[in-house]
Design a binder for this molecule. Structure first.
Ligand SMILES: NC(=O)C1=CN([C@@H]2O[C@H](COP(=O)(O)OP(=O)(O)OC[C@H]3O[C@@H](n4cnc5c(N)ncnc54)[C@H](O)[C@@H]3O)[C@@H](O)[C@H]2O)C=CC1
Ligand SMILES: O=C(CO)COP(=O)(O)O
Length: 333
């Protein structure tokens, strides 16, 4: 059986470990806390992030980095994007020589404005044939319950994408291949920002016309930036673009949409952070995506307004009014 190391035992790392185990892999799930690794081994459950879900026997927990990585030919990364560089710098010396990295993360690093595949390349020196991303409409509680879903595995080397596709195709999880790593990563990161804006509209009490308008203009904004940076426009119409955008913006399970809803109801960013232990990537990546759009010369009104609300410089109500009042233009400009 092939061994996969998964870092770490949060919501998505745990749910994806179930996919990997169901697809026939031997999974070692690394947990930051020893007690959580012990619960995974003793109770076959992750009580903190996927409570009530029985984990397959082929998933074992560990707090030992070296043990997790020994013999693993796939290294799956699912930590918050903003800590990845620091985390991977510590883990990289223990990674097997030819192991392939699979990023599940949906964020853009603050400061460097790098996508996660770029951070992985920089920290480890791995080439594009050893770096893949998996992205799509994959809300982790539904995946953990084995509800049917599809996703995209992207790698610049199509043969590697195909190899990973086989390794993660389970009875409930259907992966498609792509070579458009950039398009998949930007789709995944941007949908979180749009999810925040949609959540704000919901929190303000607005209905489906408002949310559909924000979702659609959000897709236009995502596509504008992604295409300017060289992505395939069809990627944005696919599972890692439209698919994930729809899932995130329509589901109360989305942490980004929920974060936005709380902002819409008048909570401050600091209060929302204090109320959850789970990551809402868009609250950080809104400003890195905005900076990336500025650097690329692309208009990004949603990222701009969401950043202002998250930073406490604008209210959600003012954001919605500003969207409507913007200079009018052609839809496809
Ligand atoms: N939960 C979901 O439905 C999905 C999440 N993702 C993406 O996966 C990534 C991880 O998200 P989740 O698992 O949902 O987050 P989470 O908040 O549920 O779990 C985060 C994990 O990272 C660990 N962690 C937190 N801070 C850390 C640090 N400083 N150093 C090392 N580890 C740290 C936590 O202990 C936990 O194991 C994010 O980029 C997210 O956008 C992608 C698809 C689906
Ligand atoms: O990426 C996700 C679904 O595909 C999860 O969304 P949230 O991070 O908003 O919960």
């Amino acid at each position: 059986m092939s061994k996969v190391a998964v870092f770490s035992a949060g919501s998505w790392g745990t749910a994806f470990s179930i996919v990997l185990a169901d697809a026939g892999n031997d999974v070692t799930l690394w947990a930051r806390r020893e007690e959580l690794a012990a619960a995974i081994n003793d109770r076959h459950e992750n009580p903190d992030y996927q409570p009530g879900i029985e984990l397959p026997a082929t998933i074992s927990g560990t707090h030992d980095v070296e043990k997790a990585l020994r013999g693993a030919d796939l290294v799956v990364l699912a930590t918050p994007s903003q800590t990845m560089r620091e985390n991977l710098t510590q883990w990289a010396p223990y990674v097997e020589k030819d192991a392939v990295f699979v990023s599940l993360m949906k964020g853009v690093e603050l400061g460097t404005l790098e996508r996660m595949s770029q951070v992985i390349a920089e920290v480890t020196g791995a080439g594009p044939d050893r770096i893949a991303v998996v992205s799509g409409p994959n809300l982790s509680p539904e995946i953990a319950r084995r509800e049917p879903a599809a996703s995209v595995v992207a790698c610049e080397d199509e043969d590697v994408a195909k190899m990973i596709q086989k390794r993660i195709h389970s009875p409930a999880f259907r992966p498609y291949t792509s070579v458009d790593v950039l398009g998949c990563e930007l789709g995944g990161a941007y949908k979180n920002v749009v999810g925040l804006a949609v959540g704000m509209a919901v929190g303000l009490g607005f209905g489906d016309n408002t949310t559909a308008s924000v979702i659609t203009r959000g897709l236009a904004e995502t596509a504008r930036l992604a295409m300017a940076l060289g992505a395939n426009p069809l990627t944005l119409m696919g599972l890692a673009g439209l698919g994930d955008l729809v899932a995130t913006c329509s589901s109360p399970l989305s942490r980004n949409r929920t974060f936005g809803e709380k902002l819409g109801q008048g909570m401050t960013t600091a209060d929302i952070y204090a109320s959850t232990n789970q990551v809402a990537e868009g609250a950080k990546s809104c400003s890195s995506l905005l900076a990336l759009a500025d650097r690329t010369g692309v208009d990004a009104p949603i990222a701009q307004a969401v950043t202002a609300v998250v930073d406490g410089r604008m209210t959600a109500q003012d954001m919605m009014e500003a969207f409507i009042a913007r200079d009018t233009k052609a839809e496809t400009d």
